[in-house]
Design a protein around this ligand. Structure first.
Ligand code: 5GP
Ligand code: ZN
Length: 111
């Protein structure tokens, strides 16, 4: 997706502060953090949103979620963290490339 901000981050065309990377997944700090620690975990291959996922995305969805506690721990979030996946217009999704927000470092507002 040539006009997708997160695909550009994956391609290195837009710089990011990397938290984690492997063959299929990238995690990087949010440019506009909503908590003392706020990073995003994304699939490298473009997926628009949770709404467009099907059983073929089972593996990548599992990997994104399982990375959340691992990376949260590495970022020092010993007291817990919040995960958020905004989906679609009503869900407040601004970037149409699937991402898991991981937030922590202070007591966060209950959903
Ligand atoms: P959404 O509302 O789509 O769930 O969240 C998108 C998030 O991406 C926002 O928290 C926003 O701050 C972040 N974001 C948007 N553009 C960039 C960027 O170019 N770099 C980084 N690191 N984060 C971005
Ligand atoms: Zn994309």
């Amino acid at each position: 997706m040539s006009d997708c901000i997160f695909c550009k981050i994956v391609a290195g065309e837009i710089p990011s502060r990397k938290v984690y990377e492997d063959e299929d997944v990238l995690a990087f700090h949010d440019v506009n953090p909503a908590a003392p620690v706020h990073f995003l975990i994304i699939p490298k291959r473009h997926v628009a949103s949770l709404e467009t996922c099907d059983s073929g995305h089972r593996d990548i969805l599992g990997r994104l979620l399982l990375l959340a506690p691992k990376l949260a721990r590495e970022q020092g979030l010993a007291n817990g963290f919040k995960t958020v996946i905004n989906t679609g217009v009503d869900g407040g999704q601004l970037v149409m490339h699937l991402h898991v927000h991981v937030l922590g470092g202070s007591k966060l507002q209950h959903v």
